[in-house]
Design a protein around this ligand. Structure first.
Ligand SMILES: [Zn+2]
Length: 96
């Protein structure tokens, strides 16, 4: 099925092992308190970030083509620099 929403591969660096639950999905570095971070939404296992304007639509579409009992999209954080590289329209500002 053709994707009707915009995605971008996150290309996570799995060589690193985050020590906390709050880490950047892309570079896998822990996010420190006060460090700028942004919220992203991506397809589980596939690591395709979804364009902010398409979050709801994409979640519905992905849910429709995956097994319904499985989680389809997940939310995570990325650091400020990684967010810039990815394109700011693929993440939302959060207050931390
Ligand atoms: Zn990062």
């Amino acid at each position: 099925m053709q994707k009707m929403f915009r995605t971008k591969y996150l290309d996570p660096d799995f060589r690193k092992n985050p020590k906390t639950d709050s880490y950047c999905i892309i570079c896998q570095r822990d996010l420190k308190d006060g460090q700028s971070a942004r919220l992203i939404c991506y397809e589980l296992d596939v690591y395709d970030a979804i364009h902010v304007d398409d979050w709801e639509e994409a979640a519905d579409e992905i849910k429709a083509r995956r097994a319904p009992h499985l989680e389809s999209v997940v939310y995570g954080f990325i650091g400020g620099n990684c967010a810039k590289k990815l394109g700011l329209d693929f993440s939302k500002e959060i207050s931390k």
